[in-house]
Design a protein around this ligand. Structure first.
Ligand SMILES: [Zn+2]
Length: 109
């Protein structure tokens, strides 16, 4: 199953959604869409996803495998002058399945 992958950016300045005009404040999570602008997660139809922070490689890989929609969350690092990955947004059921798999065969890659 090939997942649809999109990118989410955590803003460093105050942002508002270009579709619903909601004020998102600083550190807003937005998706940049061609011809639509910066969208909040609900306008981007991503508000049902759950956040999985980077760090657990096995869990991340499994959650990504089970989710039909994956959003990579990126944040601008001023120090490093590049976007850094914060984690993934995946479907809740995909994360659940991934957690179960990690429990049932931990240590097994
Ligand atoms: Zn919106």
């Amino acid at each position: 199953m090939r997942a649809i992958e999109v990118k989410i950016f955590i803003t460093t300045t105050a942002a508002s959604c270009s579709e619903c005009s909601k004020e998102l404040g600083r550190k807003a999570w937005i998706m940049l869409v061609e011809n639509r602008g910066a969208l909040c997660l609900s306008c981007a139809d991503l508000d049902h996803l759950v956040f999985l922070p980077s760090g657990d490689a096995a869990l991340t890989r499994r959650a990504r495998k089970h989710s039909t929609l994956v959003a990579v969350v990126l944040k601008w690092s001023r120090a490093r002058k590049r976007y850094e990955r914060q984690g993934l947004l995946v479907e809740a059921q995909a994360l659940e399945m991934a957690e179960k798999e990690c429990l049932s065969n931990s240590g097994n890659t």
